[in-house]
Ligand binder design. Structure first.
Ligand SMILES: [Zn+2]
Length: 220
């Protein structure tokens, strides 16, 4: 499968899994001195490999019509040389919790702890703006998953499959927390368990991050 085919498949997967609507979301993959990215203005269930655009790391559009959110991808690739894939979606449970000002920094699910770490919510900026791109780029120095207030979420990883899996894990975590809050009880992991989980990153070939138990929230 070519890189463009992988990107087109990834955006269609986000749509089929309910993580975006027809007009939302974008996916990119680093390529040489730039990145390939999904197009703007097309239904996301109809994106084909030939629609994928190319943007240079100087921000120049080299080929096609990139998503209007390409600046966000650009800033992340500039700040994080280890990142090769960026996924931006609008996952409904994540957005519901964020709009209720319930953070996703609670250690609820084991995999989410070491894959996503403590996920910050970035203060609102207009979609597609340089302001949003700058905030996301800055936050990406410490985080691999970000929530954009009243807007969506971003995951970044060394590869596209992992960035997609992280978006799904983020949404699953939000759904479990949502259901737990409705049931009236959410059992959080313990501090020692979180330390042990963070140490698992190397076993899964994930680059080290400096997340600590103090970065998570411990009372709901
Ligand atoms: Zn968006």
């Amino acid at each position: 499968m070519t890189e463009k085919e992988k990107i087109a498949e990834a955006i269609r997967k986000l749509y089929s899994r309910g993580l975006i609507t027809l007009s939302e979301g974008n996916v990119s993959l680093r390529k040489g001195d730039g990145f390939l990215i999904t197009p703007g203005g097309l239904r996301k269930d109809r994106v084909e490999p030939s629609h994928i655009a190319l943007v240079s790391l100087e921000g120049k559009i080299m080929c096609g019509k990139p998503s209007s959110e390409y600046l966000l991808h650009l800033e992340i690739y500039r700040k994080r040389p280890d990142v090769n894939a960026v996924v931006h979606a609008h996952p409904p449970f994540v957005l519901s919790l964020a709009s209720a000002e319930i953070p996703l920094k609670y250690p609820v699910l084991a995999e989410a702890v070491f894959l996503l770490g403590p996920v910050p919510i970035l203060e609102f900026s207009l979609p597609s703006s340089m302001d949003l791109a700058a905030k996301a780029g800055e936050a990406s120095r410490r985080h691999d998953a970000l929530i954009l207030e009243n807007h969506g979420a971003v995951t970044l990883a060394p590869g596209l499959d992992l960035a997609l899996a992280m978006m799904e894990t983020l949404e699953r975590t939000a759904e479990v927390l949502w259901r737990g809050l409705l049931l009236g009880k959410v059992k959080l992991l313990g501090r020692t368990q979180v330390e042990e989980l963070l140490a698992l990153r190397s076993r899964y070939g994930l680059p080290p991050r400096d997340w600590r138990p103090e970065d998570f929230l411990w009372s709901l």
